[in-house]
Write a protein that binds this ligand. Structure first.
Ligand code: 1HN
Length: 353
């Protein structure tokens, strides 16, 4: 008599996986290629939010809720490939925040770092760690991890206009580490302990206070005014040709050590002269672009996204892209590159055209 036929190998395996699962064990070999693909396989997709399309929604939000009640009246820019996760890339949050004349967004702090890139309006301020700064379109503002901050708009209600900025936060990074903490201040506005302009005077003039030795995770300059950034970009255009893959690209730097301005998020701004097109480039950080001035296009694979003032375009990591300027094009962008560099796995590649 021959031995009874063995169950096919596949069903033996399935039975084994089922028994292993009862011990909360799972085979790696069925998942390895998905867990460790040869190249990034992001869920995040390339997408554009045309400011003309989203602005009416941002402004309408004021009819539905006050900044006080909302705590932060923000419409989340959610990546279509990451629906329901409040993310613009797998590691970053983006939103558009609205503050109206006379309103206050109450003081709180959290372990997430926030960047603000000012989109439109005037008269609103943010107060960070005891110093207030008025915000103007194109300014880049830092709220470090665990720093008290509130925002306000000093114009009388009915006077002045809405103020809108982009909020970039490292929320998913903190969530990955389960290191999220938040706290409300016991007063609506946290106390101001330094005069307005103090940080820029001490650290933003190519000068440093005598005896200042320590560096810090965040740049002590917490508002990089666009007026100055713009001058720097235009000075570059007079001095030479743009980088073929990047354009005239500058990063916001911590003046104490020359490093990035923030510990998790890389922030940068570039100018592409009218008619200039970059050669293709890719890097392992997904990038959020914000149009500042001028007009152009971001081409990612077969997609073309027009970008002009206040438009927002997200490009997934490791997809080659090119930038095309129709009129002198200024683009702000941010990514998780700082974190990737520190952890040793940032990659970039200049591709042949
Ligand atoms: C936050 O605290 C701010 O302080 C903005 O302005 C956006 C998004 C999620 C969680 C907290 C702010 C935010 C946020």
């Amino acid at each position: 008599m021959s031995a009874p036929a063995q169950a096919p190998i596949e069903s033996q395996r399935e039975a084994f996986y089922g028994r292993a699962d009862s011990q909360h064990l799972a085979p790696l070999w069925t998942r390895l290629k998905a867990l460790v693909p040869a190249e990034p396989a992001p869920l995040c997709v390339a997408h554009r939010w045309a400011y003309a399309d989203v602005r009416p929604f941002v402004l309408e939000s004021a009819a539905h809720i006050s900044a006080r009640e909302a705590e932060r009246r923000v419409l989340i820019l959610e990546n279509p490939g990451l629906k329901g996760s409040s993310r613009i890339t797998s590691s970053l949050f983006a939103g558009l925040q609205l503050i109206m004349p006379g309103e206050v967004a109450p003081a709180h702090r959290h372990t997430q770092s926030a960047l603000r890139f000012i989109v439109e309006g005037s008269g609103a301020y943010t107060a960070v760690d005891g110093e207030k700064t008025l915000m103007h379109p194109g300014d880049f503002v830092i709220t470090p991890s665990w720093a008290w901050h509130h925002h306000g708009h000093d114009a009388e209600p009915g006077k002045g206009g809405p103020m809108v900025w982009l909020d970039g936060l490292d929320i998913p990074i903190l969530a990955l580490f389960n290191s999220t903490f938040r706290e409300d201040h016991h007063t609506e506005q946290a106390p101001l302990t330094r005069p307005e302009g103090d940080a820029l005077a001490r650290f933003g003039q190519g000068l440093l206070p005598m005896g200042h030795r320590a560096t810090s995770l965040n740049s002590p300059i917490f508002n990089y005014p666009y007026r100055r950034t713009r001058d720097a970009l235009h000075a570059l255009t007079r001095a030479g040709e743009p980088d073929p893959h990047l354009g005239h690209l500058m990063r916001y730097a911590n003046p104490l050590d020359g490093g990035w301005a923030m510990p998790t998020m890389a922030t940068m701004i570039r100018l592409l002269p009218a008619g200039f097109a970059t050669q293709p480039y890719r890097s392992s950080d997904a990038m959020v672009f914000v149009g500042v001035e001028g007009h152009g296009e971001i081409r990612v694979a077969a997609q073309r996204f027009e970008i002009g003032p206040h438009d927002i375009v997200v490009v997934p990591g490791w997809l080659g892209y090119t930038l095309h300027a129709k009129a002198d094009l200024v683009l702000f962008s941010y990514s998780d590159r700082v974190a990737q560099e520190k952890l040793g796995f940032f990659r970039e590649q200049r591709l042949a055209g």
